[in-house]
Write a protein that binds this ligand. Structure first.
Ligand SMILES: [Zn+2]
Length: 326
C-alpha cells in the first residue's frame, strides 16, 4: 500500500490501520521538515480513506479513486496558503465552514486537507478551532505543518499528531534516481534527507554553486584576494536567488570543515569533497571557522531584494579572509 511513497513505514502502518473496520474520523496533524513526503502521503491516505472498493490497492479504479485522481472528488477539500507568504486566510476557512453543512456525495466520508497549517493567520486559526471542536459528522481533517510550534496550542490539543522524520539518505537518493536526477546521491546528502529540497537544489544548480564556493575558499587566503575576485565573471551577474544558493552551499562547506576539525566521525554534507575541504582549511583554527560560519549566516539572513550582491559577497569574502588569518 502507498508503494509510490518512500520511507515513513511506521506512519504508513498506523494510517493503514485506520482504514480497517469501521472508520473513525479523528483530526490528524502531519508534521516534520519540508519536502519529505508529508503531503504525498496525506493525499494517498485521503484517497484510500474515501475509496469505495479496496483502499489498500494503489491502482484502485473505483468511482471515488478515479474522481480523486482526476482532482474532481466532491468530498475532498484542499486548502493551501495564498500569496507570497503562503498564508491561510480566514475566508478560506469560512469556505470550508460553508461546505460543512453538506453531507458527503460520493463517499461515506469527507476529507479536508489543510496544507501549511503553520501559516494560518490568527483569525483563520480561531475559525478552524471552532470546526475542530465540533467536527462535522463523517469529516476527517488532516493538517500539514513543518513547524509544529507555530500551531496554536488550542488547535494542537484537538489533533492527533503524527511526526514525519527526514528520509534516510539511501531513501532520498532512491527518490532522486527514480526521477533521473544526475548526482542524486550527493544532492540527497546536501538536502539532509529531504527529496523535495534535493530536487530544488538540482533545479537551482546547487552543485555548480558549490563548486564555485569551494573555488573561492581555495583562494581565500590569497594576499591579493580582491584582484582574484575581480577575475570571477560570475560574481558580476548574481541575483538574490543565486546568491542564496551560493551561500547555502558555503554554509554547508564551513560546517563540514568544522566537523573535520572536531574529528567528528559523522558523515559530512559534502562527503564527496571531504579531502578537498580538509586541505583548504588545513591551517585554519576551529574558532576562526566558527566566526566565518556565523558571519556567513549573518549575510545569508540579511539578503534581500535590491542589494548589490557582488558588493555583499566581496565584503563577506574579505571578512572570512581576515578571520582565517587569525
Ligand atoms: Zn477505490
Amino acid at each position: 500500500m502507498w508503494e509510490k511513497i518512500f520511507g515513513h513505514e511506521t506512519n504508513k502502518i498506523f494510517l493503514g490501520n485506520m482504514l480497517q473496520g469501521e472508520r473513525k474520523t479523528p483530526s490528524l496533524l502531519f508534521y516534520g521538515p519540508d519536502g519529505i513526503g508529508k503531503k504525498k502521503l496525506a493525499l494517498e491516505f485521503a484517497r484510500s480513506f474515501l475509496c469505495l472498493d479496496d483502499p489498500t490497492d494503489d491502482y484502485c479504479q473505483c468511482r471515488s479513486c478515479r474522481a480523486f485522481n482526476g482532482k474532481s472528488h466532491p468530498d475532498f477539500i484542499y486548502v493551501e496558503g495564498q500569496g507570497a507568504r503562503h498564508d491561510i486566510l480566514i475566508e478560506q476557512i469560512k469556505d470550508v465552514e460553508k461546505k460543512a453543512v453538506y453531507a458527503p456525495v460520493l463517499s461515506p466520508y469527507k476529507v479536508c486537507l489543510i496544507d501549511g497549517a503553520d501559516r494560518m493567520r490568527v483569525e483563520a486559526a480561531n475559525s478552524l478551532l471552532k470546526l475542530l471542536e465540533e467536527p462535522p459528522t463523517y469529516w476527517l481533517f488532516i493538517l500539514i505543518a513543518s513547524e509544529i510550534s507555530q500551531i496554536l496550542p488550542t488547535i494542537r490539543s484537538r489533533l492527533m499528531a503524527i511526526r514525519f522524520e527526514p528520509l534516510h539518505r539511501e531513501e532520498a537518493a532512491r527518490v532522486m534516481n527514480q526521477q533521473n536526477i544526475p548526482q542524486g546521491d550527493t544532492l540527497a546528502r546536501l538536502s539532509d534527507g529531504s527529496p523535495g529540497k534535493a530536487l530544488h537544489l538540482a533545479k537551482t544548480e546547487a552543485l555548480m554553486w558549490r563548486e564555485r564556493a569551494l573555488f573561492v575558499m581555495e583562494g581565500i587566503a590569497d594576499p591579493y584576494l580582491m584582484a582574484c575576485l575581480a577575475r570571477l565573471e560570475w560574481l558580476g551577474d548574481m541575483d538574490v536567488d543565486r546568491t542564496q544558493t551560493f551561500l547555502e552551499m558555503l554554509l554547508l562547506i564551513l560546517r563540514d570543515a568544522m566537523m573535520i576539525k572536531e574529528g567528528s566521525g559523522l558523515l559530512l554534507y559534502n562527503e564527496d569533497e571531504r579531502e578537498r575541504i580538509a586541505s583548504i582549511f588545513a591551517s585554519t583554527t576551529l574558532p576562526a571557522l566558527k566566526k566565518a560560519l556565523l558571519e556567513t549566516e549573518r549575510f545569508y539572513l540579511g539578503l534581500n531584494k535590491g542589494v548589490n550582491t557582488r558588493m555583499i559577497l566581496e565584503a563577506l569574502f574579505l571578512e572570512i579572509h581576515t578571520f582565517l588569518k587569525e
